[in-house]
Design a binder for this molecule. Structure first.
Ligand SMILES: C[S@@+](CC[C@H](N)C(=O)[O-])C[C@H]1O[C@@H](n2cnc3c(N)ncnc32)[C@H](O)[C@@H]1O
Length: 255
């Protein structure tokens, strides 16, 4: 049994996120590392939480909704399976999990994101690298667009293996860069120039300048898959979505 309740009655955080005033920078221009990165990421998501969903839908033309649905389907778990959605943000993946008949629990570092969440799933404020979850107690783990925000991926994958039962599944979404040179060029302009303008108009420009730059934190695809396999997973697969602007990593915990 998991050590936390998955009852629908669990209360969400009651504090409301304050909206960042226009023109305020929540993120430094230099890419931070270590604990400085954790603090900066948390502060940035606290600041952009109130308009996070709006900006996401606009900048991905709602493709993000489809990507999350694919991620949940790729788990291929039985109804009522328990799935922890790490870095759950405002609860989009929790809602998809719920709609698929799975029991979701969301975990996120940012109180602002949790306070802005729209989901019935129980939510916990916590660090994906140190989960308050018993060994082998969950059937699946999802994580959407957060790998590049973590301080270190090796302990993250180790933590996934620890909390999953043998045969448990993971589905991790992350941004990607298309292989095709023309698409890559167009994507670079859109992600690097247009998205920061949209983000700046609707939310916090520095956060949406950080978004394209934060891709630099990601290991290359082969290394990423090797890290997952080395943590104790089998059937590691990487699927490119929507012409390669997004990626879905799936794997099964080895016995
Ligand atoms: C780009 S948002 C993605 C939110 C959501 N998964 C989605 O699909 O929209 C990244 C999220 O990762 C969270 N995050 C970053 N580092 C974290 C950590 N160490 N533990 C838990 N959450 C973390 C942030 O607070 C933020 O809500």
């Amino acid at each position: 049994m998991p050590e936390f309740s998955t009852g629908k009655g669990t209360r969400k955080p009651s504090m409301t996120a304050h909206e960042v005033p226009r023109g305020t920078d929540s993120m430094p221009d230099a890419l931070p590392q270590g604990e400085e990165k954790a603090a900066a990421v948390r502060g940035m998501f606290d600041a952009i939480a109130p308009r996070y969903d709006l900006v996401n839908r606009i900048m991905t033309f709602r493709l993000d909704v489809r990507w999350r649905r694919l991620a949940v389907g790729s788990l291929a778990l039985r109804r009522d399976s328990l799935v922890v959605d790490l870095a759950c943000g405002t609860g989009d993946l929790c809602r998809e999990l719920d709609a698929a008949g799975l029991r979701a629990v969301g975990v996120d570092l940012s109180f602002g994101m949790l306070a802005a969440a729209r989901t019935d799933a129980p939510l916990l404020q916590g660090d994906a690298l140190r989960l308050p979850v018993r060994d082998g107690s969950v059937d699946g783990v999802t994580c959407g667009f957060a790998l590049r925000n973590l301080v270190d991926l090796v302990p993250f994958f180790a933590e996934l293996r620890r909390v999953l039962r043998p045969g448990g599944r993971i589905a991790l979404l992350e941004v990607a860069e298309p292989d095709n040179p023309v698409l890559r060029w167009g994507h670079g302009i859109y992600f690097g120039k247009v998205v920061p303008v949209i983000g700046g108009l609707l939310s916090d420009a520095s956060a949406y300048r950080y978004l394209p730059r934060s891709v630099a934190y990601l290991p290359d695809p082969e290394e990423l898959c090797e890290m997952i396999a080395a943590a104790g997973f089998t059937a590691v697969e990487r699927r490119l979505l929507s012409g390669g602007i997004s990626q879905l990593l799936t794997a099964t915990r080895r016995s």
